[in-house]
Design a protein around this ligand. Sequence first.
Ligand code: ADP
Ligand code: G6P
Length: 466
Amino acid sequence: MVVANRLPVDRVENPDGTVTWRTSPGGLVTALEPVMHSHDGAWVGWHGAPDEVLDPFENDGLELVPVPLSAQEIEDYYEGFSNATLWPLYHDVVAPPEFRREWWDAYVRVNQRFADRTADVADQGAVVWVQDYQLQLVPQMLRELRPDLNIGFFLHIPFPPTELYIQLPWRDQILRGLLGADLVGFQLGGGAQNFLRLVRQRLHLETRREHVHAADGRTVMARAYPISIAAASLHELASSDATAARAAEIRADLGEPKTLFLGVDRLDYTKGIPERIQAFGELVAEGRIDPDEAALVQVATPSRERVEQYRHLRDDIDRQVGRINSDVGRIGRPPITYLHASYPREEMAALYRAADVMIVTPLRDGMNLVAKEYVACRQADDGALVLSEFAGAARELRQAYLINPHDIDGLKETMLEAMNAPARIKSRRMRLLRRQVFEHDIEHWARAFLDDLNRVVQGKVEWPSR
Ligand code: ADP
Ligand code: G6P
């Protein structure tokens, strides 16, 4: 059973009163949906709308158990504590986190509701896999209600350095919440190390290597499991004739550029979208990129639109793109095509397939699945990936063109290098990237985590000798 803030689908009420279900945004759903399709379990989560109590239902072969949120809880627990306190704090405070006591109270209350709902529906001895920063108290709450369950937790975003984490007024409560799990998974080893150090410093618990001696005598393991995508099925979609035709159409609509640069993100201030647009705009303004020969397409999914920082970001990008296109564009040939919308998988695959250079520039990102999706969609060893060092994916995708997104000049040089590199060099890099992504796909990730969880709960994990 998976427990996540969001269900894999959002309930959308159309103007004519009919209801449809749409895939929820973000990497968590992209990654976990194929896992749940192959493991046959239930998914507990919120369906994306306020003040509605829904019964469990089946959608696309998955059993979904909705947890209701009131409009006030969406404001305090989701937009507030989850996305204006934890999200910026865990992403290296690239925006200032806000600490508000009423948001924390809502976080505790809603976490308890997720735990209660899960405890109601989980079978005896079930494996319950709790996901992400919105639900960090659920493992402990669930263990109190249902000690028979095997509880895993996975954090999809970075776990911050200890100096930042300790700003959080409720730092100890969250550590205790996570320790309710048998296995706590992180994207990178550094996150697991930060967590283990905090458990020692703040809770005075004994740790050895990846193990914690919890207050109730259990051994809890904390380890890295870099998340991934369903690489083979995405590749298959990208290889279809329909995708090929759509990719060709996209390039034709853009005036057959020699080089198509692509950015794909949720509209989030962690993603470094202004930095990449700035770099591209300067290259065009300086005459180093000819807008008759190269184009940038930036696709941004609307996200968390009522949170202040996200509203500002949206306005800033609208202005920035408008300014560049009006300064250096020509009739019928704006250098930047900016789309503020969410597209179906088929369209995303066509965009990836069409693009010559993918630009992924987050200031901080737990993993970044877009980078892996681009690699999986390649048809031959062509194309180039420009990737921020500050994305978790950079640890695995060593053959990408790695950049520091704060260094605009460095980014510009690397974008040119990726655009102009000889086919032989690009192909060597892409071959290695593809191998990495196909060998470490989402099934590999799920198996690694669930096998370890099984070993921990069976008591097969030995307390390591020094
Ligand atoms: P995050 O989880 O922070 O949003 P990831 O890069 O890990 O970042 O995952 C983003 C997911 O959302 C990917 O699966 C990507 O394909 C998808 N996505 C991003 N932008 C769009 C868009 N405009 N339309 C449809 N899907 C999108
Ligand atoms: C990231 C987070 C997920 C979240 C997703 C979309 O991937 O790690 O937990 O679901 O973004 O954000 P949203 O706030 O729309 O759920």
